[in-house]
Design a protein around this ligand. Structure first.
Ligand SMILES: Nc1ncnc2c1ncn2[C@@H]1O[C@H](COP(=O)(O)OP(=O)(O)O)[C@@H](O)[C@H]1O
Ligand SMILES: [Mg+2]
Length: 486
């Protein structure tokens, strides 16, 4: 596989045990010829963050390091027969290529200490087997989203703010090749006949790609980073996403098996909340999760994770959320968690909530609690299920106990802006009452929204249920007052 590799003094090392974690074959840095894309194995979670590429421009030492890296990488590319590389077991390949890089470094002999040398080898391996220019961003900490609008317009979101990244792709083809590498890894494809695709990186980050002719200015890739650590309860309290009082109510509601809908727009923090709240589920409950692209990370032992599947090239073999909910009901679940209700599965979810799977949860795209209920209604009617609207609402009203509204406010902060109880029906109307809310009062000089969390003074009607299951809340928890300003 490697030209002249057999003569390499390091050749024998390539045959030794290979503790090196695998990366998919493919991707090369922008400077070098591309190997053919290959069906890659799932790589391990990313290593610790290293220098972002931006630093290379500022610091001469970094620039020198990058120059050595390019030089060695160039030599490596001359030596590798990438067609053969793609045919071999990736673990072996990586170990062999590592040995070749070590050998090239011995020949070149740049002045590097041991740690630098190690880093250099690792980075060259990443460039050779990883996702090209994207690797630097994937390694950088604190990025929430990566948005690539064609090869020359790369944006990242950090702490709620969007900024332009220095990273570029060579051209449309280069970017397309990286996209192809990502989606083919999860058995999907992208081309003119199927120009939109959802996929997932091995670490759980969600990926969407849309390419010409639908996207007018080149391939567009959007990555919602999973984050190496999901935000914890303490993080969310520290960020003032909600107050301790609100958390107490949410915790008790989870423990007492209320059915909960988390509502919010894209990126408002719904999944994060779902993850956090799920930590309150009893350890002996059997939980089944259903998602389009698995991103929940439940801490419990007894979890079954299911993921939907899009149709294949011939348009067959799709497995929908509805199919999975129906199947889940036969799996003796204590609770069902649907990552996001988008369509017909909503009805199955509601029915499950009404028939002994209390403590189930889902998220829905909506701007406020009332909107959330009508979104659920719309999804069912769009799915062609002809149910009298009143009957439908009555089902909702009895199924859903609590709606937690998440919002991404101006300037970036994400907050729970409402915790609302669904009380029941009066005539044709679903009755709700807000227990806690966030009132936005204005915007500070940096463009960041500020306001205050408030207890409305209303006691939820499900207090008895909470108490019956042993969740005793402080008497004055619901007393009308301002809880916290932010
Ligand atoms: N309260 C918060 N404060 C800061 N960042 C948050 C908060 N909640 C979520 N995030 C971050 O925002 C991004 C989007 O969150 P996510 O839960 O995936 O949103 P959604 O499911 O609504 O699309 C993630 O990177 C997440 O870590
Ligand atoms: Mg989500």
């Amino acid at each position: 596989m490697l030209n002249g590799f057999g003569r390499s003094p390091l050749g024998h090392r390539a045959l030794g045990p290979t503790p090196v974690p695998t990366r998919p074959p493919g991707g090369v840095g922008a400077e070098s010829p591309e190997p053919a894309a290959a069906p890659p194995p799932p790589p391990p979670p990313k290593a610790k963050a290293k220098e972002p590429e931006a630093l290379a421009k500022a610091d001469p030492a970094v620039a020198q390091f990058e120059a050595i890296k390019r030089r060695i990488h160039g030599k490596l590319v001359d030596r590798l027969d990438f067609n053969r590389v793609n045919e071999l077991d990736p673990r072996t390949v990586r170990a062999e290529v590592r040995a070749v890089i070590e050998h090239l470094l011995d020949e070149d002999d740049p002045m590097l200490n041991k740690a630098e040398r190690q880093r250099l080898v690792d980075e060259i391996l990443d460039e050779t087997f990883g996702l090209g220019p994207l690797e630097a961003l994937l390694k950088e900490e604190g990025i929430g989203d990566i948005m690539i609008n064609g090869p020359r317009h790369v944006f990242i979101e950090k702490k709620g703010r969007i900024e332009r990244s220095v990273i570029n792709f060579r051209d449309d083809d280069h970017l397309l090749q990286i996209i192809d590498r990502i989606v083919s890894r999860v058995g999907r494809r992208i081309d003119e006949s199927s120009p939109m695709v959802d996929a997932r990186l091995p670490d759980g980050s969600r990926v969407n790609a849309i390419i010409p002719p639908l996207a007018l200015d080149g391939p567009v890739l959007t990555i919602r980073m999973f984050g190496s650590k999901p935000l914890s309860q303490d993080d969310l309290l520290r960020f003032k996403a909600f107050t301790p009082e609100m958390l107490m109510l949410m915790e008790a509601s989870m423990k007492a098996r209320l059915n909960i809908v988390i509502s919010g727009g894209t990126g408002s923090g719904k999944t994060t909340l779902l993850n956090t709240l799920s930590s309150f589920i009893q350890n002996d409950h059997r939980i089944i999760t259903i998602e389009d692209a698995a991103e929940l990370r439940l801490q419990q032992e007894h979890v079954v994770r299911l993921e939907t599947r899009p149709p294949n090239v011939e348009g067959r073999g799709a497995v929908t959320a509805t199919d999975l909910v129906k199947n889940a009901l036969r799996m003796r679940p204590d609770r069902i968690i649907i990552g996001e209700c988008r369509g017909a599965e909503t009805l199955d979810m509601i029915q499950a909530m009404n028939t002994g799977h209390e403590g189930s949860m889902t998220t829905v795209h909506a701007n406020n609690p009332r909107d959330a209920m009508s979104r659920l209604e719309t999804m069912i009617s769009m799915a062609g299920l002809e149910l009298p609207i009143r009957a439908l609402r009555a089902q909702f009203a009895s199924a859903v106990d609590l709606i937690i509204q998440a919002n991404r406010l101006q300037g970036g902060p994400r907050k729970v802006t409402s915790i609302t109880e669904v009380v029941g029906m009066e005539g044709d109307t679903i009755i709700m009452q807000e227990i806690f809310k966030f009132e936005q009062l204005g915007v500070d000089p940096n463009g960041r929204a500020h306001g205050r969390f408030v207890a409305t003074g209303i006691r939820p009607t499900f207090m008895e249920r909470l108490e019956a299951s042993g969740c005793l809340l402080p008497h004055d928890l619901f007393r009308q007052r301002v809880l916290l300003e932010d």
